[in-house]
Design a protein around this ligand. Sequence first.
Ligand code: FPP
Length: 256
Amino acid sequence: MLEHLARKWARKEKMEQSAEFDSNGMIPNHIAVIMDGNGRWAKARNLPRIAGHRSGMKTVKEIVKASDEIGVKYLTMYAFSTENWKRPREEVDFLMKLPQEFLTTELDELVERNVRIRMVGSKEELPAHTLKALETAEERTSGNTGLQLNFALNYGARKEIAIAVKDIVTRLQAGEIALEQIDEEMISRHLYTSDFPDPDLLIRTSGEIRLSNFMLWQLAYTEMWFTDVLWPDFTREHLYQAIAEYQGRARRYGAV
Ligand code: FPP
């Protein structure tokens, strides 16, 4: 009897979670995700923080598949910020190994799915093994035309903007461009994200309501969706919920 009730409740909970989005409606072209809460997830289980990141990697796999299946064109995942180097050495080393681990097990399937992989961020400080794994994936998938999966790694929006400013001023000083030519489009073209569109939807997990130096320029008109769910507990149903809410929003871009 108790077992029957438990099953009933589990079903009810699942149904409440799975928001119906309109598969014929507007699917966000580009979804950006701040994957937060791995550490808290691990702590709640008396596990080391890295166990949370490993579990978070499983969520990455699931959300990539779900996004691909529903027709999202770009998915950008914030995996490591320019500030994350301040974490304990052991945790940083672990995080730097995750792209390799992920790609070793997933790359073949991603190639099969026609997914294109890109890295967004500064390559300079990355360990050689991390960079190699990412560059191999970038090369192997460069001709793919399906979902574009961007890993924001060693990414910081302020750094990105500072680099763009430096590049533009250098071109100005060299006489390659005139002052009047500097506009929003030129700045966009000098960012790491120069060849893909701004996000339509930003998702942040774990109850934190901030941007943490993520895509500050690109998120100007992005719809934002925050959830208390910790990243390792985030499921495709949560993604559907976010999309359902996105579909109900009116995007006016400053107009009436
Ligand atoms: C933030 O949670 C999460 C990170 C800094 C790392 C995110 C990385 C992954 C989810 C795995 C990435 C996978 C690949 C394939 C690159 P936190 O550690 O700050 O959590 P807390 O706020 O609860 O401490």
